[in-house]
Design a binder for this molecule. Structure first.
Ligand SMILES: Nc1ncnc2c1ncn2[C@@H]1O[C@H](COP(=O)(O)OP(=O)(O)OP(=O)(O)O)[C@@H](O)[C@H]1O
Ligand SMILES: [Mg+2]
Length: 324
């Protein structure tokens, strides 16, 4: 449903671009959930905005690569051009629903507005569809909630409303950028359950963005691990957790609280993530890698196939927890 090839997003002057996303590639199949995971500033949101055609203007721009949505090349198209051409069925939800909802309009009107734009129906037909969408995202008393204002709902319910608005365009692909980060753990689990359920029932594909390996483990079918603007490892979720091959992925897992029950201080990955453009030659993770070799500092790492559907951007990937 979604295919991204060699996508590069850059800032700065045309003549001296600084890449914030460097040649990343991934695919999402129909009904599949791809988790995109990585620490703050690694380029997750820029990737999702580029895929949506919503990069802030002026600012970051797509400098190279190709984005295909259900087989159509949408790389250079604005969102309205995509809709006009008939391949606009992609939607997005964000971390903080309150910034996207209008505080002085009733929930029902806001959902009906999205329905009107996409289905071309208004009045009672749009409200009926709005109610259907509320039921789809399992808001109890849907009829009653249509007349509520955003501040009357809890954070979890507001995120359900955002999902309902996103579903109004009957998306083939839903992008969710940290949609549960601001919610407490029990509500987070419910929203993740809802997304999985919608994905199955509507045969919708999801690009789920998070910095939380625990969320990835719960939700994703496949995972792409991002670091310093690059995808450093891609695998099925089981293979990634059982046999991480990139040293960064391994580091992320070692930091998971669930894997460190009883320890007094969680391990961390020493050092800091690179600023965009800071590392121009060699491996972007080399300055923090425990297994770094001389060649890692001078040559770009190869993308190695390390298993079925499993790739690592590393000259010396791990095997059985040790370098090959
Ligand atoms: N409008 C902008 N202009 C220039 N640089 C930007 C802009 N927005 C983001 N950046 C830079 O691009 C890089 C990637 O940012 P991005 O927001 O994609 O990270 P992220 O992985 O989503 O992080 P987080 O987990 O904090 O949301 C960062 O170094 C950031 O400082
Ligand atoms: Mg982000």
């Amino acid at each position: 449903m979604l295919s991204v090839r060699d996508l590069t997003v850059s800032i700065g002057a045309e003549a001296a671009p600084v890449d914030i996303v460097s040649g990343i590639s991934f695919d999402i199949g129909k009904g599949e959930i791809l988790g995109l995971v990585g620490e703050s500033g690694c380029g997750k949101s820029m990737t999702s905005l580029a895929v949506m055609g919503l990069l802030p203007q002026p600012g970051p721009r797509v400098r190279g690569g190709r984005i295909e949505l259900a087989g159509a090349d949408v790389t250079a198209l604005q969102p309205w051009q995509r809709v006009e051409a008939g391949h606009g069925r992609i939607a997005m939800i964000f971390q903080e629903p309150m910034t996207s909802l209008n505080p002085v309009r009733r929930i029902g009107d806001q959902i009906a507005e999205a329905v009107r734009v996409h289905d071309g129906v208004s009045g009672t037909a749009a409200l009926a569809r709005a109610r259907e969408l509320l039921e789809l995202v399992r808001i109890p008393d849907a009829a009653l909630q249509l007349s509520a204002y955003p501040h009357q709902l809890s954070g979890g319910q507001r995120q359900r409303i955002m999902i309902a608005i996103a579903l109004a365009c009957r998306p083939q692909v839903l992008i969710a950028d940290e949609p549960t980060t601001a919610l407490d753990v029990t509500i987070q689990i419910q929203i993740l359950g809802l997304l999985r359920d919608l994905c199955n029932r509507l045969d919708m594909s999801i690009l789920f963005i998070t910095h939380d390996m625990g969320v990835i483990a719960q939700l994703a079918d496949r995972v792409a691990v991002m670091y310093g603007g690059r995808i450093v490892e891609t695998a099925d979720v089981g293979a990634l957790f059982n046999e991480p091959r990139h040293h960064y992925t391994r580091g992320l897992m070692d930091c998971m609280p669930a894997r460190n029950l009883g320890v007094r201080r969680l391990p961390t990955i020493p050092g800091q993530a690179p600023r965009p453009g800071a590392i121009r030659i060699g491996c972007v993770f080399a300055p923090r890698c425990a297994a770094v070799q001389d060649v890692c500092q001078t040559a770009a790492p190869p993308r190695l196939v390390v298993g079925q559907g499993h790739e690592a951007l590393c000259a010396f990937p791990l095997q059985g927890g040790r370098p090959l």
